[in-house]
Ligand binder design. Structure first.
Ligand code: DC
Length: 221
């Protein structure tokens, strides 16, 4: 199977780009952040403090997380409940970042991610795909952009979805998440040695996709 790993901070454009590229190549697009979000939402619903490793670990046996692909589109389930929308709130983002620093949570999600990659040509996006989950991925990309640019994109996205948001809050939350995701002890966000760096600060969506397509074509051919 061919696996393409795309890692990088929140708002760099990973999901949009990976989704479009996957459709282009006929690969499965796998958004691993959605799994951490589902664990975070499950923990919150069960009254756990999402920063407390013990409390979160106690919720894991009840976290029946699965991914289902409907017309190539990933949906995330907790048991039989489709939580694909519920995991997108700002609270769920912070809960995901909190629980993702807990080793038991990362262990819990490891096999699920590896087995999907073993069975499908896929583009998997996350924070540690190239470094930990799929160290043998044929193509690794580290996608980033200046934090102000990423916050502006996320802010526009939230408004576009009809949600209420303040740019200053989105920026502050993004700085805090970057800080947590890059400095945690286990599987921190960092560029794999063999990943190609793409900075989209000055690129629009089309230019970003072109840049990544060139890298993929070069490596695959
Ligand atoms: O990609 P996202 O914003 O949906 O991810 C939500 C959180 O999950 C993010 O703050 C860090 C964490 N995460 C992770 O630790 N490892 C991954 N492979 C994907 C996400």
């Amino acid at each position: 199977m061919i696996n393409i790993a795309i890692d990088g901070p929140a708002g760099a454009g990973k999901s949009t780009i990976a989704r479009m590229l996957a459709a282009d190549l006929g690969y499965l697009y796998v958004d691993t952040g959605a799994l951490y979000r589902a664990i975070g939402v499950n923990a919150m619903r069960r009254g756990a403090d999402t920063k407390n490793a013990e409390q979160v670990a106690e919720t894991l046996p009840s976290a029946d997380v699965s991914m289902r692909f409907v017309d190539g589109e990933q949906r995330v389930f907790l048991g039989e409940e489709d939580v694909s929308l519920a995991i997108r709130t700002p609270e769920a983002s912070m809960a995901a970042s909190n629980v993702s620093a807990i080793p038991a949570v990362r262990d819990f999600l490891l096999d699920l991610q590896r087995s999907i990659a073993a069975q499908n040509n896929c583009i998997m996006d996350g924070r540690d795909i190239g470094t930990v989950i799929l160290p043998d991925a044929q193509i690794k990309i580290f996608l980033t952009a200046a934090v102000e640019v990423r916050a502006k994109r996320r802010y526009d996205e939230l408004l576009g979805k009809g949600m209420q948001a303040e740019y200053a809050d989105v920026l502050a939350e993004m700085i805090q998440r970057d800080e947590q995701d890059m400095n945690r002890a286990i599987a921190p966000l960092k560029q794999a040695e063999d990943a190609v760096l793409v900075d989209t600060s000055e690129l629009d969506l089309e230019q970003s996709i072109d840049a990544i397509k060139r890298i993929v074509e070069e490596k695959v051919s």
